[in-house]
Design a protein around this ligand. Structure first.
Ligand code: GTR
Length: 400
């Protein structure tokens, strides 16, 4: 008799576990109150992940293309504070390699943690360092990329701060992966993945943000082989459209140990259903190549979204997340960015992590006691020393 009892018990327990699984639902722009971690991981997370893949950023290809990494140059930089390294990422089929630019603290003993982020205007614009190779794809006429000047974006990349605090910086130029204009996906990485006869991504396949995020993962593949970088301590960071990119990279690749979104706004951290500042319609109209085709369904139809952008942030849990805004950046809806991080917080709490506190903090009063951090600083749409100072502090909590 006894020997029948045990399997019977297992059957009953098993059945009740299955039957109490919550069903996926329309989440809207609400706090993600899920009854258990198990429900989150088994039901809600996969559903929400699937939604962002098929309806927002588009699915990345399953197919792999051969990628080879080649050391291009190495030398002392920043008056001896850093080692500058350039590594070419040769993606088979691409006309030009993607140069990875790295600054590694010279004083480091052993592998260091790093910040990895894409730049807007070309590697040579992040610092006046005359040894940085000029990005060949930083063309005239491309939006924001027309200025060939060395060091033009120095204020966005505080290398001294990073070196002094023991962090490496790793960056690539967005235009080397997928140029930031709508050409029907004929240039950049997309064509490498077309099936026979295909000439543009299907409605649920990746747009430009998806391609950029994918490329950050390919940089991560390289970092895992670089003995000077501790690949388990890499924070992915981005500003604005590249903040949308860092969030999607963080959601799709769990190797990013910290995820940082600076002024990412619509299609990034901000809630879309508030329709404050940039709307889904505006972003799809002005940047038709950023998202997948399916995202057009939500132009002027935000209520139809299964979940708002808090769902994207929750996909990053339990890894530390930092969302930041700027007071004058109303187009990116600071309050919507804050609320989104707040509404993702219950998922962090399921993992025993500390979510974001309420109410929204005052200007220049970063909230980083928990694992979901937020600040709103004075000034406009930009990433500056103030922002980076907070990100270094936050990273120190986990990486030091
Ligand atoms: C704006 C766009 C935003 C933001 C920004 C940027 O024009 O409306 O979504 O991404 O560009 O990337 O600087």
């Amino acid at each position: 008799m006894k020997k029948f009892l045990l399997p019977l018990l297992a059957l009953v327990v098993g059945a009740s576990l299955v039957s109490c699984d919550e069903q996926p639902r329309i989440y809207g722009a609400e706090p993600l109150e899920i009854s258990s971690l198990r429900q989150w991981e088994r039901v809600h997370r996969p559903t929400i992940y699937d939604f962002f893949e098929k309806e927002v950023y588009g699915r990345m290809p399953e197919k792999q293309v051969p990628i080879r990494y080649e050391l291009l140059s190495e030398g002392e930089a920043l008056g001896g504070k850093a080692v500058r390294r350039e590594v070419a990422m040769h993606i088979e089929g691409m006309a030009t390699p993607v140069p990875i630019l790295m600054y590694i603290p010279a004083a480091a003993e052993g592998a260091v943690p790093a910040f990895l982020g894409m730049n807007f205007k070309g590697n040579h614009q992040i610092n006046p360092d005359p040894e940085i190779t000029i990005s060949v794809n930083a063309p005239k006429g491309e939006e924001l990329g027309s200025d060939p000047e060395r060091g033009a974006a120095t204020s966005r990349w505080p290398l001294e701060l990073l070196m002094d605090n023991g962090y490496a910086l790793v960056t690539i130029y967005r235009g080397d992966v997928d140029p930031d204009f709508d050409d029907g996906f004929q240039n950049g990485v997309h064509p490498l993945f077309y099936a026979e006869g295909q000439s543009s991504p299907a409605a649920e396949e990746w747009g430009t943000i998806g391609a950029w995020a994918w490329s950050l993962s390919r940089v991560m593949d390289y970092l895992e082989t670089d003995k000077d970088i501790d690949a388990e301590r890499v924070a992915v960071i981005g500003h604005s459209r590249l903040g949308k990119t860092s969030l999607w990279a963080g959601a799709t690749d769990p190797r990013f140990a910290i995820v940082i979104s600076n002024d990412s706004g619509c299609g990034g951290a901000a809630l879309s259903m508030r329709k404050h500042g940039e709307t889904v319609e505006a972003i799809n109209k002005n940047f038709p190549h950023w998202f997948c085709d399916n995202y057009n369904k939500y132009s002027n139809n935000e209520e139809a979204l299964m979940v708002d952008q808090q769902g994207l942030l929750a996909l990053i849990a339990p890894r530390p997340l930092y969302v930041a805004s700027a007071v004058e950046d109303d187009w990116a809806d600071p309050e919507g960015e804050y609320l989104s991080a707040l509404y993702a917080s219950p998922v962090y709490e399921l993992y025993g992590k500390k979510g974001l506190a309420s109410p929204m903090p005052a200007v220049d009063s970063p909230m980083m006691e928990g694992d979901v951090a937020y600040h709103i600083r004075k000034g406009g749409h930009d990433i500056n020393l103030y922002d980076w100072t907070q990100y270094v502090k936050f990273a120190d909590k986990y990486f030091k």
